[in-house]
Design a protein around this ligand. Structure first.
Ligand code: ATP
Length: 138
């Protein structure tokens, strides 16, 4: 019997950043990490800021994404994310600077809730980018 393959597609408003067959994908669903294999039940899953891992032939590709949703079909998963970067594309220094900038923002006195939420979201994006950048392949 032929080996089952899951087609993985990652789409952002800027580009299609990845389209490859895979054996297994882990996505950052709101309820927690969700593992997706071929023949998964069709579903629509909301994604939070987090790490996506795409495994193919024992090799793992790591991505940082900043929220969106996943459409899962029988043998295809499409990830629609606001931003997505492969580990190798991430500028860790930029992420560290973004983290420090956002952290300083959260510490400002009298911040309105919307600005605070925005700064906390920026900190979370930066943290995930730093985490994923540490998994660069070289
Ligand atoms: P920064 O303040 O450094 O711009 P940010 O969280 O505000 O960070 P986003 O608005 O999430 O940035 O992303 C804007 C664009 O920059 C997207 O295309 C995203 O993929 C890219 N990007 C953001 N941070 C990095 C990074 N550290 N390395 C590579 N690309 C990045």
């Amino acid at each position: 019997m032929a080996e089952k393959i899951l087609e993985v597609e990652m789409v952002t408003p800027e580009k299609i950043s990845f389209r490859e067959p895979a054996d297994f994908v882990v996505i950052p669903a709101f309820q927690g990490e969700l593992g997706v294999l071929p023949d998964h039940a069709p579903s629509l899953v909301q994604l939070k800021v987090g790490e996506v891992r795409v495994t193919k032939g024992g090799q793992v590709h790591h991505f940082a994404i900043s929220g969106g949703f996943a459409e899962i079909k029988k043998n295809k998963i499409s990830l629609f994310a606001e931003t997505a970067e492969m580990a190798d594309e991430i500028d860790a220094e930029r992420a560290h600077q973004a983290f420090e900038r956002a952290k300083a923002e959260t510490l400002k006195p009298g911040l309105d809730p919307l600005t605070l939420a925005g700064a906390e979201a920026a900190m979370r994006r930066a943290q995930i980018r730093i985490q994923v950048a540490s998994k660069k392949s070289r």
